[in-house]
Design a protein. Structure first.
Length: 119
């Protein structure tokens, strides 16, 4: 059964950093784009970043550009989201996902990991 499991969330002070991981099982990551999304209660899930398969082109939302970095290690079946200069408005549940490319529908979602930015 294909599965994605996120980890690395937690409580961090404003200005701090976290690195989220997304480990895949039952699926070969090489053929898929990997996306990170986030959601706060009462709001729609929003796209944060995506990394394509093949050339590993990266995309970021304007709200995180310059602060977050997405990467992937296909051999480890793992994707990462390095989050620096965190702000309280980054507080959300973060989900990873896979899809054919960064503009296609999501195939699999992870279960999410909570990130809280607060002093």
């Amino acid at each position: 059964q294909p599965q994605l499991v996120e980890s690395g969330g937690g409580l961090v002070q404003p200005g701090g950093s976290l690195r989220l991981s997304c480990v895949a099982s039952g699926v070969t990551l090489d053929y898929y784009a990997i996306g990170w999304f986030r959601q706060v209660p009462g709001k729609e899930r929003e796209g944060v970043s995506c990394i394509s398969s093949g050339d590993s082109a990266t995309y970021y939302s304007d709200s995180v550009k310059g602060r977050f970095t997405i990467s992937r290690d296909n051999a480890k079946k793992t994707a990462y989201l390095q989050m620096n200069s965190l702000k309280p408005e980054d507080t959300a549940v973060y989900y990873c996902s896979i899809r054919r490319d960064c503009s296609s529908n999501i195939i699999i979602w992870g279960q999410g990991t909570q990130v809280t930015v607060s002093s």
